[in-house]
Design a protein around this ligand. Structure first.
Ligand code: 6CS
Length: 339
């Protein structure tokens, strides 16, 4: 028989069940993370590892959006600043127009070429790990990690060995003003374009070249339409993962720690992933196309490009003032200390 006592028990159990259900529902959020690349590319590896850590260590779910699903790089940044997305991975190549100091990565010949030296720098740099987060915070962004993707390689319609041979060639650059200055200094005509327009512009000869790490030249099929690879050794493609700061600041400490740990976990996995990636990607390109040429510049040829670097550094300081100068000094000190 259903007694008054039974009814009380049932009511209590229901209340507990409801409150457990409610509390686990309240703490199990779905967060959205967008990046700029395709499946299994470097930013995707980072995002998938970040997701794995979050989902293995909490009740939260991370929904990852790849290139094109939510628009171009500038669109996903805007969506993050507006709080539609909680996380975004955007490269300084695009963030440079929002945070001028992020253009530091486009001063040619500032970064070392050897991957181990580059990794040591990212691991230990005060400029990267302490100064940049403050600059991003001013734009409503919580910088989680900056990480390298690969050495920049120039691709053109014909092999090039000197700034003189770049004269008259339209070279696509990401949309930050300093990168245009670099290619002007290299003798070319810089042409800023969002990523989605690059393949078509090369195919129709609207532009005669572009720069990117080799894994991307392979995965985006750029070698099909821009088959001459030139190792100018002038820089590394760097990127950054971040959160909407208002969202991040409003989280309980437990979730902030989770996100920081997930960032460290994703960073370590990504560094492993990029080690040897350029060599593997070059082999793939060469096995898929016999049109591809690889030009490795001699020291004498490199010197002609390197001689153009100081004017770009000067432009960086003009664009960013005291803040940029202080960052550059710190960057150089960190590079020296890490090598
Ligand atoms: O060149 C670009 O625009 C693209 N390159 C890489 C390596 N990642 C994303 C970015 O949009």
């Amino acid at each position: 028989m259903f007694t008054r006592n039974n009814f009380k028990k049932l009511a209590t159990v229901s209340c507990i069940a409801a409150s457990i259900g409610f509390s686990s529902f309240a703490s199990a959020d779905t967060w959205r993370y967008a990046h700029e690349e395709y499946e299994n590319d470097v930013q995707d590896v980072y995002a998938q590892q970040f997701k794995k850590y979050i989902e293995d260590h909490s009740d939260h779910t991370l929904q990852v959006y790849r290139f094109g699903e939510l628009g171009e790089s500038d669109d996903i940044m805007e969506q993050t600043q507006n709080g539609i997305l909680q996380f975004v991975n955007q490269s300084p190549g695009f963030t440079g127009s929002l945070i001028p100091e992020a253009q530091i990565f486009f001063i040619p010949y500032l970064m070392p070429t050897d991957i181990q030296d580059v990794i040591k720098f990212f691991d230990s740099s005060k400029a990267i790990n302490e100064d940049f987060p403050k600059l991003y915070a001013k734009q409503g962004l919580e910088l989680l990690k900056m990480y390298p993707e690969g050495e920049m390689v120039l691709t053109t319609d014909e092999p090039v060995t000197s700034p003189d041979e770049l004269k008259g060639k339209k070279i696509r650059v990401m949309t930050n003003p300093l990168l245009s200055s670099t290619y002007e200094a290299f003798g070319a005509t810089p042409t800023p374009l969002p990523w989605g327009e690059v393949y078509g512009a090369l195919q129709t000869n609207m532009i005669q070249g572009q720069e990117n790490p080799i894994f991307w030249i392979e995965s985006g099929g750029l070698y099909e339409v821009s088959p001459n690879l030139i190792f100018t050794h002038h820089g590394w493609f760097t990127t950054a993962s971040m959160a909407n700061k208002k969202f991040y600041d409003g989280l309980p400490d437990k979730d902030k720690t989770l996100i920081q740990k997930a960032s460290d976990y994703a960073y370590d996995a990504t560094i492993k992933h990029i080690t040897g990636l350029a060599e593997e990607s070059l082999k793939k390109i060469q096995s898929k196309s016999d049109k591809v040429t690889v030009t490795r510049l001699t020291d004498e040829q490199l010197a002609k490009f390197k001689a153009r670097a100081p004017q770009v550094e000067k432009t960086f300081i003009e664009m960013t003032g005291d803040s940029g100068k202080a960052l550059l000094d710190q960057f150089k000190a960190d590079l020296k200390a890490s090598q």
